[in-house]
Design a protein around this ligand. Sequence first.
Ligand SMILES: Cc1cc2nc3c(=O)[nH]c(=O)nc-3n(C[C@H](O)[C@H](O)[C@H](O)COP(=O)(O)OP(=O)(O)OC[C@H]3O[C@@H](n4cnc5c(N)ncnc54)[C@H](O)[C@@H]3O)c2cc1C
Length: 285
Amino acid sequence: MKPAPFIRHVPRTVAEAVKILSEVAPQDGRVLAGGQSLVPIMAFRLAKPAHLVDINEIDALGKINNDGKVLSIGANVRHAAFHKPVVEGPLGTLLAYVAGHIAHYPIRTRGTFCGSLAHADPASEWCLLAATLNAVMVAHNTRGERKIAAKDFFAGIMSTALAEHELLAEARLPLPPPDTKFGFYEFNRRAGDFAMAAALVAYRLEGGKMADTRVGVGGAEPFPRRIAQAESLLEGQPPGDKVFRAAAEAAAGAVEPMEDHQTTAEYRRDLVRAVVRRALEHAAS
Ligand SMILES: Cc1cc2nc3c(=O)[nH]c(=O)nc-3n(C[C@H](O)[C@H](O)[C@H](O)COP(=O)(O)OP(=O)(O)OC[C@H]3O[C@@H](n4cnc5c(N)ncnc54)[C@H](O)[C@@H]3O)c2cc1C
């Protein structure tokens, strides 16, 4: 099938983009970023936006900035930009590792980091990363900008706190201390598929004990989130198999898993148990 007819707008600045978006959003106008989610949906006529605000010609949105405290990722930065570390230290290594799990190479050359956040697929790797690392999203509208913490950004399956007339201009990731250990693990049946469950964990060692512990779970619930019950079990403990298993069990017990045509809630709960334990082992390896 072919998409329903639409008008494509090509702004050159963020101000121009949000002005157009404010005018066309009430007529189901949408932002077009990498098009790797929106275009297939349009081709199947599951979405029939009358207007597309194509942001690909806005040069200001194509940048990654590092001010020493925060890594800012502009709305036109592609998944493939992270194939090589974009910043020294554990965050650059983590971003490169996670990027390799997103879809397939051609999709990664077009799809964007911020597009993934705005699209908010429950299994999106970047959404999991944003939730676990307490990212801040910067939304622009005709009246200015507003910052949205990750815990307030994701609202449900493919649903966010962005208003229909707002452009997600950038995502900000706090730079972790250099001694942070990260672990990531996702399960899918075929390489490149969306994860059926995924976990991202982080901790530092203070006197041999885990500190600043993070356990994020994605793909299991309508949106990714940190699991406090697992984090508190790990905090202050030396890393090891017993405590990793206990944290994984706590995470499995804390989630309310989605069901779909191929996965029961209990199966997904088992997956959460497995991916959290394996992510913790990855961090410790
Ligand atoms: C075969 C296949 C496999 C895939 N596998 C994975 C996977 O394993 N993991 C994964 O995370 N993704 C996967 N994807 C999706 C891919 O990562 C997309 O690139 C991503 O979801 C959306 O980014 P985009 O830039 O392409 O956004 P688009 O498709 O352009 O837009 C998606 C939605 O977000 C909105 N939007 C985009 N950017 C903005 C913005 N800056 N401000 C406001 N709204 C915005 C659009 O209006 C639209 O509603 C897959 C896609 C395909 C086709």
